[in-house]
Ligand binder design. Sequence first.
Ligand SMILES: *[C@@H]1O[C@H](CO)[C@@H](O)[C@H](O)[C@H]1NC(C)=O
Length: 323
Amino acid sequence: MAVVLLHLVILMKLFMLSCGEFQRFDEKIKSDGSLSIFVVGDWGRNGNYNQSQVATQMGKIGEELGIDFVISTGDNFYEDGLQGVYDNQFQQSFTDIYTAKSLQKQWYSVLGNHDYRGDVLAQLSPILQKFDSKWFCMRSFIVNTENVDFFFVDTTPFERKYWTHPKDHHYDWRNVEPRDQYIENLLKDLDLALKESRAPWKFVVGHHTMRSVSDHGDTQELLQELLPTLKANDVDLYINGHDHCLEHISSRDSPIQYFTSGGGSKAWRGKFTPNADKLRFFYDGQGFMSMKITSTSVDLVFYDIFGTNLYQWSMNKQLLTVM
Ligand SMILES: *[C@@H]1O[C@H](CO)[C@@H](O)[C@H](O)[C@H]1NC(C)=O
């Protein structure tokens, strides 16, 4: 009996290794073949800094668009994540803010650097889903839909200065350190998952910027270590927060488009440093982004706190028919 059990355990371990570490979740598209989502980042400030105004507009526009789910690009709770699963901030900055009926959908969230300054295991705990069932947060995972596969990547461990120069902050590296091994496994799993993807579109979501003209600017570690995997696997978009603005930048040497949606509360007005890629849109106030995705098209809109459509952008691709 014990021997059989042991074999089972080994078989399961092998199975899990060969499938990579990323867990997968399925979301259905609408009967008309489309999927509508919101992307918002850098928000949890008890409603302050226009967080509540952004939430109100998300509620209204979410109703019009029929949002299927929401993506949070991280820095979910300021300044230092959650202090535990019973931290009131969860209710005050999330449950009590995003109250509109249209927003009671799954919120797929990644962790930001500010989340890593608190109790990360609390933010990842299923107990939070008992308090508010729309909450969902993991380090790296995949959401599969018929039109697009979303690859959520834990980007905080990439940035070396959090490890070497944490200043007076403490980063919760439990289950992460050592850095290099963690990154190596993550990239291997991501590469495998991207290669297996059969969806018409492949979008990668992380907290940190790859390309940005705002306060933080480009993240060199992501350009050097993560971007090659995205380029090698024909990823269409990289979506992030971290810089508290809304922006669209096109890569000059690949088809990849970079979208920052980090305007969920406090904004960094007046910060601007150009980079080498092509800046198409930049707004240094608060807001959020919607995406409507079919198997052949993506329509993207940025909104401000008044619900004004600030910018829109579309891309199309021919479906390749497999003979
Ligand atoms: C809220 O948004 C308005 C409109 O963009 C802006 O004028 C105001 O400064 C913002 N408030 C804060 C606290 O950022």
